[in-house]
Design a protein around this ligand. Sequence first.
Ligand code: NAD
Ligand code: MN
Length: 358
Amino acid sequence: MKTYTIAAIPGDGIGTEVVSAGIEVLNALAQREGGFAFKVDHFDWGGEYYKKHGRMMPENGRDLIRKHDAILFGSAGHPEIPDHITLWGLRLAICQPFDQYANVRPTRILPGITSPLRNVTDKELDWVIVRENSEGEYAGVGGRAHQGSSLEVATDVAMFTRAGVERIMRFAFRLARSRPRKKLTVVTKSNAQRHAMVMWDEIAAQVAAEFKDVTWDKMLVDAMTMRMVIKPETIDTVVATNLHADILSDLAAALAGSLGIAPTANLNPEREFPSMFEPIHGSAFDIMGKGIANPVGTFWSGVMMLEHLGEKTAGARLMKAIERVTADKRFHTPDLGGKATTKEVTAAVIEAIKGANA
Ligand code: NAD
Ligand code: MN
């Protein structure tokens, strides 16, 4: 029997609540499926760890998870610690050195869930956003001088490399090709940002020549927000920079019903390092500890993890179980307008896994 080793990093806030729910569901799935099992190692890194040790994860943290088959992540973010410390100290400290350069964010309207958009159907809103996850605006380049004085200066420099842009464009075109509509929108801002974004556009056009069967177009990011709301059916696969895709994918999640259901995969496509799977939401300080966090984003991230591990049948079974549960409004958490708890949704998905004939 195949055993997959999973590094679980729940982090803080509702991250801990949804990751433990996710592990319960994955174990139930493995049992139902037979043929494979999960060995989960837990890492208590995050804000509480920081309060004890002065850092978000141990110095050799990455070495402890380098050999795992995948990482299941919750959220980095603690009410008592500045966000740039929690983010850079944990999530980005894993994503960037492990070269998880392709951040894939599917968005669909699941059965039973209502989009805030009038009249949009699940067939019209079926997107995958590919976020460049290794450089760009989040390269970490910049600095501050003369802090506190009136001469104070601060810069954040967006860094784009040809190699980095080429590989994310290829990844996005390949993904677009694998989907029925074979359609890609390249998001840009080359009117205002006249160096890196112009190179981004040029490389998109060069890579597009290798993918003649993919229809593609280009859209300025501000116009893209409007298109997502007004003409969602014209969008399929999208590729955007680290910052642009970060923002667009929260909008996408909200348009699909809730941030609480949106999943993401941080992929190292070459598989030199483990890839990381996580809900796109954060620690949600306003609801943490209440037991009402929506675990669906984490379950759906579990589906992406199973697909990455090559367990396609199990992934399909889990997705079917999730959809069966979202279709039943009794299992909607408050973010979806319901009254269900994290535990109730988790139990319902496990029940559906046992019954699902995917
Ligand atoms: P957030 O995603 O934590 O919350 C935004 C809103 O959505 C809140 O009202 C919250 O209650 C709701 N929400 C989010 N997930 C939900 C779920 N599963 N079920 C029900 N409701 C849900 O974003 P924020 O408030 O901007 O950030 C809070 C903290 O999380 C900050 O410290 C931030 O830096 C961190 N954060 C971390 C990540 C990450 O680690 N990937 C991502 C985003 C934010
Ligand atoms: Mn974000």
